[in-house]
Structure formats: structure tokens, C-alpha cells
Design a protein around this ligand. Sequence first.
Ligand SMILES: *Cc1c(COP(=O)(O)O)cnc(C)c1O
Length: 392
Amino acid sequence: MKTKTKAIHSAYQSKDAYGALAMPVYHTDAYEFENAEIMADAFCSRVPLPDYSRVTNPTVIYFEKKVRELTGAENVYALSSGMAAISNSLLSLCESGANIVTSNHLFGNTWLLLSKTFARYGIEARFCDLCDLEAVKAAIDDRTVCIYAEIISNPLQEVVDLQALAHLAHSLGKKLVADTTMIPFTRFSAKSLGVDLELVSSTKYISGGASTIGGLVIDYSCGKEFAARMQEILLNFGAYMTPHVAYMQTLGLENLEARYSLESANTMELAERLRTIPAIRYVNYTGLKDNPFHDIACRQFNDTYGAMICIELESPKACFDFLNRLKLVKRATNLFDNRTLAIHPASTIFGNFTSQQLRDLDVSETCIRLSIGLEDMDDVFEDIRQALEINI
Ligand SMILES: *Cc1c(COP(=O)(O)O)cnc(C)c1O
């Protein structure tokens, strides 16, 4: 089956008693067993039966199965947030004394997790320029476990060369871990680019309608030891996805392709139109042909560029004025909602960062991040234009 068909038609793990078309939501925390022998087998994973919903639930398993079929992964784990997917999987890979080679251009919470939280437990993050392979190589030593990259950084929109990083990592016996939240995994194959472990905030494209928070750990080649560690971490940290979220996100996954096609086309159209507004100093979108990362994004992601645009305005005050004048576009965080959203990252997501940290992370104080929705772009463009051109 092709991707679009697979997203819709995944068989249930076992036949539903009533032939329900939508996956039933198993709102249960525990399961009854026919006898003590089967019960023992279930608890010791000798038979694939759910025992307790902190680690296994039929609705969540179905969502994980759909993702496995769509990505060709060995194992998929659904967790309660993107951050849970990132923290739990990295804790499964690393132990005290290990280090992770990564970039300063990371999602704000990931940067804090690596630089602050993990540091307290003896896991070191080494920040370098992931676009400079020599710098990456120099940062790696025998305690390095993985290279950790975001495929399109946020809000800078830097695109790393996954094949080159995978080649370097594998030549030194390390793993490549990639946060691919910015482009749906139905549009490009992280596996074929050499990614060992793919992490996704399913809060974004998959949830779609701003309905639920979730995260995915998609394992292509981390092996049995990782699977056992991940199972242990899931049991002991308790961040497994809940059945209701899995149900909502299964629906999101089924219509992801339809939404993404429209959102990405809308984003391309809007990016071009925004260039005609004089108050916007720079439109950052890798879909634009003169963007410095256009060629690599085109090659890696099969000519699709996501649905996030960053615009540079004249000053922080101009950013606040713009946000305050918006009528249709929502002032909100989140990405890839059905609605178009706008945020000033420097004063919000990075609002509590020190000025040194902001410099280290290259967070611009004049940047507005837009996440483009499903609306008619005539209306979104008109709202942005009126919010910017009021002084002209
Ligand atoms: C949102 C996001 C996360 C965190 O995901 P949550 O679901 O909010 O925990 C991680 N990485 C990227 C790139 C994100 O956009």
C-alpha cells in the first residue's frame, strides 16, 4: 500500500467485537486474564497482551502500529509529549558520564533539558555547529553516544545534512538521533537518510487541531538493548501516551496528508506574498528558492518545506504592535494547528533566558514566528498586511 492508503487502512491487532470502524478507546487501566498462567505470560512479555495501561494499552498500540507501518520502523513508542519522547529516549541511550553532541539551535525546552537538567545527572551536552562536519567530529569522543539534531531548527530554520551526519556518526560507532517534528514523516524517510532514532512532537502536525499533546520515539536501528531500556524507562518514568490522546492522534494521522498538502501549499503562497510588504525586512522560509537552505531542504525532504515562516520586523516594539493588531491570526504558541498562529519567540518561548543564552542560541528579538493553517490565504495575508501597514 502507498502512504496515503496506509494512513487510513491499518488492521487492528485483534478483531473488534462489534466491527467498530474507528479504533475503540480502551479507557481502562488494567486487564483481566483467563488464568494465572496467561497472566504471568502477559506480565513477563511472553505473550503480547496488555497488562497495565502505564505501559501498554490497545488504543495506543494501534496508534504506534500505524506509525510503524508508515515509517518502516522497528519499534515505535508513543509518549505523553514531545519532551517526554526526547527525554525518555535519550535517557534510554545514555548513562552518567556519556555525552551528546548537538547544536545551540534547538527547540528551547530541548536546549534546557540538555544543558541544564541532564547536566545535573552527569550527561553532558556538547554544543557545536552541526552544519560544520569538522566541528562535529572534533566534539565527538569515546563517551559520545549520539549526535542529536533537529531537521529544521526553530525559529532559525537551519537545515542539517542528515546523510553527512549519519555517515560521520556511523563511521565512529555513534547513533544519529533526529527531531523531525518540522516535516511529517509521511513526506520523507529519515531512515533512508541514515537516522537511527527519529523523535516527533505529535502535538504538532499529527494532532492538527490543537487537540492533544503527544510524542513519538521511532526506532530504526538502536537494537534490542535500546528496546529493553526504553521499556524499563516507560515503566519507571510513567510517561506513556493515554488512550484518549492516541485516539485523537490516530484521527489526526488519518487526515494528516490532506491537511499537510494544503498547509504547505498555503505556506509557500503566503511566503511569496509576504515579501511584497515593506515592513517585513526578511521572510525566512526554506521553500523560497533564494533561501540558503533551499537546496538541501529540497533534496532531503522531497521538495516540501513545512508550514512555518519566520519574519523579521524592524524592532521588538514593532513585533508587539504587530501581534496586538492581528484580528484573525491567533496570538499563540504551537505549530501546524488548523489555524494560523503568530508568536514573538524572544519574549515568550525564550522569555526567561538570559541575554547571554539568547546570544548563544541566536534568538532574534525582531523575529515573529508564523505557523500557517488551513484558511484562505487571502484572509491571512490581509490580516498580516493590515497589522503591519497601519503606520504607513
Ligand atoms: C513542540 C516541539 C517539541 C516539544 O514537544 P511537546 O509536544 O510540546 O512536548 C520538541 N521539538 C520541536 C521541534 C517542537 O516543535
